[in-house]
Write a protein that binds this ligand. Structure first.
Ligand code: ADP
Ligand code: AMP
Length: 209
């Protein structure tokens, strides 16, 4: 089963993918995570996209599409995947349609006010990728990853200016995909405002699971 998670940054896509991926038995592929790993490892791709991520702009389509093509060619994707953060433009969606057949698109609906609260309190562990929130999902020990004890960081793009820019970029470039996938009969919208377990439940219900 090939799934696309749509919705504004901070709607909880990565969090819910983390909860449901084992049950679904397919990998969670986050283009944001792939870019951040490239930046951390200082690869040529990482050096190219570092400033773009920090500003909240989108990485050029051609670069993003090539990275996704390479990732989904790997054997763990043979039974499907959960795509999170891709596609983000109509061009990317058209390119994705040439690569795989998308079964469902789950649209995470959340007010802008809640998005800002979630993004500004988000913290993450760089090495494990685990996502926290200072109020809604705090670590056991303040500022430290539950599993490794490593310090948690605030993403550069979760600071105020970048958040505002990312919401603008979302509205201009990504929101049109709601209509794009609705017209293809693939879109199911869920209320992302409840607690993570309840959102995960709605997610599985939307897939008839
Ligand atoms: P996205 O992948 O859509 O950008 P994340 O999954 O990273 O969003 O979640 C953004 C922030 O909101 C994180 O700090 C996360 O802990 C928190 N969060 C995610 N889902 C919920 C929820 N259902 N209720 C409250 N906070 C949430
Ligand atoms: P995310 O972790 O999904 O919030 O993505 C973080 C950042 O990575 C975005 O603000 C973009 O700069 C970049 N990015 C992630 N996915 C894409 C994509 N599909 N197209 C272009 N840029 C992307």
């Amino acid at each position: 089963m090939n799934l696309v998670l749509l919705g504004p940054p901070g709607a909880g896509k990565g969090t819910i993918a983390g909860i449901v991926r084992e049950k679904l038995g397919i990998p969670h592929i986050s283009t944001g995570d792939l870019f951040r790993a490239a930046i951390k490892n200082e690869t040529p791709l990482g050096l190219k996209v570092k400033e773009i991520l920090a500003s909240g702009e989108l990485v050029p389509d051609s670069v993003t599409v090539d990275m996704v093509k390479e990732r989904i060619a790997q054997s763990d994707c043979k039974n499907g995947m959960i795509l999170d953060g891709f596609p983000r433009t109509v061009y990317q969606a058209d390119e994705l349609a040439k690569m795989v057949k998308i079964d469902h698109v789950i649209n995470f609906s959340l007010s802008e006010e809640s998005v800002v609260k979630r993004l500004s309190g988000r913290r993450m562990c760089v090495s494990t990728g685990k996502i926290y929130h200072i109020i809604y999902n705090p670590p056991k020990v303040e500022g430290k990853d539950d599993d490794t004890g490593e310090p948690l960081i605030q993403r550069d793009d979760d600071k105020e200016d970048a958040i505002r820019n990312r919401l603008k970029v979302y509205q201009e470039s990504t929101e049109p995909l709601i209509t794009y996938y609705k017209e293809k009969g693939l879109l199911r919208t869920i209320d992302a405002s409840a607690a993570p377990d309840a959102v995960a439940e709605s997610f599985l219900t939307a897939l008839n699971l």
